[in-house]
Design a protein around this ligand. Structure first.
Ligand code: TEU
Length: 616
């Protein structure tokens, strides 16, 4: 049996992973074939170019990263909220996918106004999640299984309960007085009254981006909620404190950072008014999405935190609104301060101006957007690849068909993403095809963004049922319902009523059922991840679009040396005929339909196939 055959066996029900017992050693995978085969059984005459080991200094190029949102992952102590011991208890589920690292959403001490993206102590763990000792154990347990830990770094803003801010708001002379963005009222206005704000910007979670503080007699800027004041990155003491904190975490054993809205840290110092949007506020993004000092500050971070270390750490920046050209500069392997960024173009496609005004997405829009990023970062820079995270609706509900073609569309979308060039991210539950939540009433929602939007829209006179329909489609809570471990009460997430309702479909959609089913979405993800680890062309191959002339098909080729891998995905509910498939030249590596129904002249609804081209 060739390596390909072992690794591409989606039907296998049994996988065993043997860990070297040391951190950061690649795991040996052996798979016992017990189910049906997704791959072709004909031998392949190609030389194996996959033996080239991924360069360890750039381990993240060949890696797949799994995101854990701890509040919703697993509750170990029966308080209805997920926690670190819960994560540790389920590490074998994550390791079973074959992923290389875990990105952990924030577990720092926090009043939890934005579920931990409002930090009040960067060097402690919030009691709802556990303790520093639990975090140390998580690092040990991940490393023991050959996986790395990526922490979330939320430093565009702090919580308004952070001691830095508590001191800063008191007066204009204290030690942290200039650590936030304080400004006087607009000249000629009465401070504290509507219209007196220093500029017209709106905040991401509704209302003005400015909050008046009478004791200091000034406004502070908050791009997100009023409880998330923005830090003043132009103050060297602020940067010093952040870099010291990052060094403290790296010394503790973490392997890198996912940096929250890190492109927002530098604002145009003039803070000019922006064009007024539907809600009546100015759009400040032109003045902070890629501000004047962002590159300089990130370059300094790299020097001060990473360059003196011998290890290889991941630096991935979340960057809404950056252009491919900016991303190239930021992630250039020689001069860029980051390894990769999360761009947002493909997740903005279904929004007409704002996220609550949906519009349909065509396959060609999706293809053009993804392909544009592939080509723009082809010879310099590196892409992150994602459909989902804790801020996005569930991918199968949003871009697939979560009823009739649930399994097919979840695996088709996964195939498409994982065969692109870049580092794929899997958000918890995506590997099970978890769907959007029913959200029957506003009482089912918890997210600050959703609740504020609902209150504002209803107050403006919008029809509550229409507002609720938009929430059902776009709310961040869709991603935050508890992980569905079993068909049992509360989905096996907790022994108590969880902080947010469990999706009722857990009775059939759950991890236990999928681990028993050799044809499950879970095992398909494992096969896709194995494909990346086995084929150099999946990691580094050049990306070229295959023009099929069929609107509903996304097809592309990845080539490296003498290896070529071709992917065909039908992104629709209808069968599509195709004549590009050359049965004699292509060897099937992976497909999401059984061999018995596979046709060489057409792709079934949401069918995905990955082939290796035979040369000579
Ligand atoms: O998100 C930033 C961001 O721009 C969005 O994805 C955000 O959720 C969207 O604008 C809402 O419509 C990051 C975090 O991922 C998010 O969870 C935090 O709430 C936000 O920053 C503030 O820290």
């Amino acid at each position: 049996m060739s390596d390909d055959q072992v690794l591409l066996d989606w039907g296998s029900g049994v996988a065993s992973l043997t860990s070297s017992g040391e951190p950061h050693r690649r795991r040996e995978r052996s798979v016992d074939a017990t189910g049906w085969r997704a791959m072709a059984s004909s031998p392949d005459s190609l030389p194996d170019t996959s033996s080239e080991p991924p360069c360890d200094a750039q381990w993240w190029r060949a890696a797949v990263i799994y995101q854990v949102y701890p509040r919703s992952f697993a509750d170990s102590d029966g308080d209805g909220v997920g926690d670190l011991p819960g994560v540790i208890a389920h590490l074998d589920h994550i390791a079973g996918l074959g992923v290389d690292a875990v990105w952990l959403s924030p577990v720092y001490r926090s009043p939890q106004r934005d579920n931990g993206y409002d930090v009040s102590d960067y060097q402690d763990i919030d009691p709802s999640f556990g303790t520093l000792a639990d975090l140390d154990e998580l690092i040990r347990e991940l490393h023991r299984r050959g996986m790395r830990l990526i922490m979330d770094l939320v430093v565009n803003h702090t919580s308004d309960e952070h001691p830095w801010f508590i001191a800063s708001r008191q007066n204009r002379t204290g030690a942290t007085a200039d650590w936030y963005l304080w400004r006087d009222a607009r000249p000629g206005t009465i401070p504290g009254q509507a219209g007196a704000e220093p500029n017209n910007w709106g905040a991401a979670f509704s209302g003005s981006a400015w909050q008046w503080v009478p004791e200091r007699g000034q406004y502070y800027l908050h791009l997100f909620s009023v409880e998330q004041p923005d830090l003043n990155w132009d103050n060297p003491e602020v940067r010093e404190a952040i870099f010291a904190m990052m060094n403290w975490w790296l010394d503790r054993g973490v392997d890198g950072f996912r940096m929250d809205v890190i492109n927002f840290i530098s604002k145009d110092p003039a803070l000019p008014d922006g064009p007024v949007d539907r809600a009546g506020y100015g759009d400040g993004t032109p003045y902070f999405v890629y501000g004047p000092q962002v590159h300089t500050h990130l370059a300094e971070m790299k020097r001060r935190v990473f360059d003196h270390r011998s290890g290889s750490y991941l630096r991935v920046g979340e960057m809404p609104g950056v252009t491919p050209e900016q991303a190239r500069e930021l992630t250039d392997s020689k001069h860029g301060p980051l390894n990769m960024i999360f761009q947002f173009d493909h997740v903005y496609l279904d929004q007409d101006g704002d996220k609550w005004t949906p519009r349909p997405v065509s396959v060609s829009d999706l293809r053009d957007t993804l392909a544009h990023w592939q080509l723009a970062l082809a010879d310099s820079g590196w892409n992150s690849l994602y459909w989902s995270n804790h801020d996005q609706p569930r991918a199968v509900s949003r871009f697939g068909n979560d009823s009739r073609y649930w399994r097919e569309s979840a695996t088709a979308l996964a195939t498409l993403l994982h065969l692109h060039r870049g580092t794929p991210y899997v958000y918890q539950g995506e590997e099970l095809g978890m769907t959007n939540a029913p959200g029957e009433s506003i009482d089912d929602f918890r997210d600050i963004e959703s609740l504020h939007h609902y209150a504002d829209a209803v107050e403006r006179g919008e029809d509550p049922t229409v507002v609720l329909a938009a929430l059902r489609r776009m709310s961040r809570d869709n991603a935050r319902t508890p992980m569905q471990w079993t068909s049992g009460r509360y989905g096996g997430f907790s022994t108590t009523k969880p902080w947010i309702p469990v999706n009722p479909n857990h009775h059939w959609l759950n991890a236990a059922a999928q681990v028993r089913d050799p044809h499950s979405i879970y095992y398909y993800y494992r096969a896709l991840i194995a494909l990346r680890h086995q084929h150099h062309a999946v990691v580094d191959g050049e990306f070229v679009i295959n023009e099929t002339g069929r609107d509903q098909i996304y097809a592309f080729r990845r080539t490296a040396g003498n290896e070529a891998i071709e992917t065909y995905v039908n992104l629709s509910d209808n069968p599509v005929s195709i004549d590009e498939l050359e049965p004699n030249a292509l060897v099937l590596l992976l497909g999401n339909y059984p061999e018995s129904v596979r046709d060489t002249t057409r792709l079934a609804p949401w069918e995905a196939r990955v082939y290796r081209r035979r040369f000579g």
